[in-house]
Ligand binder design. Structure first.
Ligand SMILES: NC(=O)C1=CN([C@@H]2O[C@H](COP(=O)(O)OP(=O)(O)OC[C@H]3O[C@@H](n4cnc5c(N)ncnc54)[C@H](OP(=O)(O)O)[C@@H]3O)[C@@H](O)[C@H]2O)C=CC1
Ligand SMILES: CC(=O)C(=O)O
Ligand SMILES: [Mg+2]
Length: 422
């Protein structure tokens, strides 16, 4: 990031008031009568109704459209473990995206937890407040245990965005990118740099979408994850291959795909040069990708390149997933976000990229044209059709798979966030 950009980013966060989110009122509060309804004595009535039937919380409070964005700050973007307080700008940022793209209210909750169990206990105790819980930037392998425990203990959707949001967007982009390259997921030789929350979930979803596990070479800081290693946790072990390959240099030779979910500048131009024809490179580490797109394109003009960033083409980032997935899940009051809902989101996202791009998107990116191809494998976050397509697909999948507690919303499809209350 340039010095000017760093300065602008700090100024953006500090001015005109600190932070990126605030709370707004939804009811009149001008008169004594208004206050008598909003507070004492009127507020006692919804309390009694909710005590009689907890479902009434969805009728009389903001619970149904409120998602908690919760972190312990152990894996903040690609910055690492900077602690819970330093994660707050990212968590507020996720709240901005929830509201801006899907009309969902959110609060950020940063937890200073001494252990995964303490984190689980804290979240479980506050979960009733919300319609859903978005876990964010919690490092592997603890994130897997935390998410699983909370899914079991809460009756609202609990979703670790870095795992599943990232995986959904990666799978959608990958299916399109390989199609453009004239290749298939089933045959693709895939190198995944990183073996944490995002990497494990992405590779699992790619396998569920047709990739062969024996074609996947995953690497952590110690190199290739192979069956001879005795230092693998159970999640990495799922991707241990019988191979003589040990380093990124070894694994990248002839690979069709590189997925980076690790850290900055870890893929060198010389390594990219060794990849197969029309290599697909998703350098998704934030804020700095595993290889800069300019370096990648210079090394390999035939590369199909994506990053997690907003300032380069092909943004493979979970922003394309979590706002819309939660929208669909909340609107049918799903008890969880299951595999069927995730796959529905993958296909909705993948298919949308193949349609003509609206003028409003071109205007937002200040470009003249955008067509399905190497420079456009996935819709942009500014595409309002995401709100139309993804929640609808997710809601329908929730209904079909039996986790919805409400019917398909009569006010769907949504065309803007003003319509989210029907
Ligand atoms: N574009 C997007 O939408 C998203 C991008 N990401 C990015 O993915 C990255 C990982 O995030 P997340 O999975 O949440 O974090 P985790 O802490 O769970 O995982 C980090 C993984 O990266 C590996 N790693 C770190 N440095 C290196 C290195 N030098 N060589 C090889 N492997 C390395 C770690 O290896 P080890 O296991 O040995 O410690 C670990 O497996 C971040 O950069 C983040 O910004 C994450 C989510 C969404
Ligand atoms: C995008 C995101 O969630 C991350 O980089 O952690
Ligand atoms: Mg994250």
């Amino acid at each position: 990031m340039s010095d000017a950009m760093k300065k602008a980013a700090l100024q953006y966060h500090a001015e005109p008031i600190p932070g990126k989110l605030s709370v707004e009122l939804t009811k009149p509060t001008e008169t004594a009568k208004d206050l008598a309804l909003a507070y004492s004595p009127g507020v006692a009535e919804p309390c009694r109704e909710i005590a009689a039937d907890p479902e009434n919380a969805y009728l009389y409070t903001g619970k149904g459209n409120l998602v908690a964005v919760i972190s312990d700050g152990t894996a903040i973007l690609g910055l690492g473990n900077l602690g819970p307080l330093a994660s707050k700008p990212v968590m507020e940022g996720k709240g901005v995206l929830f509201k801006r793209f899907a009309g969902i209210n959110s609060v950020d909750v940063e937890i200073d937890a001494e252990s995964p169990q303490a984190f689980i206990d804290t979240v479980r105790r506050i979960a009733i407040t919300y319609g859903g819980i978005n876990l964010e930037d919690i490092k592997a392998p603890e994130c897997f245990e935390i998410e699983q425990a909370l899914i079991e203990q809460c009756n609202i959707p609990v979703f670790h965005d870095d795992q599943h949001g990232t995986a959904i967007v990666t799978a959608a982009g990958m299916l399109n990118a390989l199609d453009i390259a004239g290749k298939t997921l089933a045959d693709a030789r895939i190198v995944c740099l990183g073996a944490g929350a995002a990497a494990i979930a992405c590779m699992k979803l790619l396998v569920a979408s047709g990739a062969k596990v024996e074609n996947i070479f995953m690497l952590d800081r110690k190199g290739v994850i192979h069956s001879g290693r005795d230092d693998l946790n159970q999640y990495k072990a799922m991707f241990a291959t019988e191979t003589e390959l040990r380093t990124l240099d070894d694994a990248i030779d002839g690979a069709d795909v590189f997925v980076g979910l690790s850290g900055p500048n870890l893929l060198k131009a010389d390594q990219l040069k060794k990849m197969a024809d029309k290599p697909v490179v998703f350098a998704c580490s934030n804020p700095d990708p595993e290889i800069h797109p300019d370096i990648a394109r210079e090394a390999r003009p035939d590369v199909i390149m994506a990053t997690g960033r907003s300032d380069y083409p092909n943004q493979v980032n979970n922003v394309l997933g979590f706002p819309f997935i939660f929208r669909g899940a909340l609107d049918v009051r799903a008890t969880r976000i299951n595999e069927e809902m995730k796959l529905a989101a993958v296909h909705a996202l993948k298919d949308l990229a193949r349609e003509p791009v609206p003028q409003a998107v071109l205007d937002a990116y200040e470009i003249d044209s955008l067509e399905f191809g190497p420079g456009y494998i996935i819709p942009t976050p500014m595409d309002t059709r995401l709100l139309e397509r993804l929640p609808a697909a997710v809601a329908q999948a929730a209904i079909d798979s039996g986790v919805a507690r409400k019917p398909y919303p009569a006010h769907y499809p949504l065309t803007n966030t003003d319509q989210v209350y029907g």
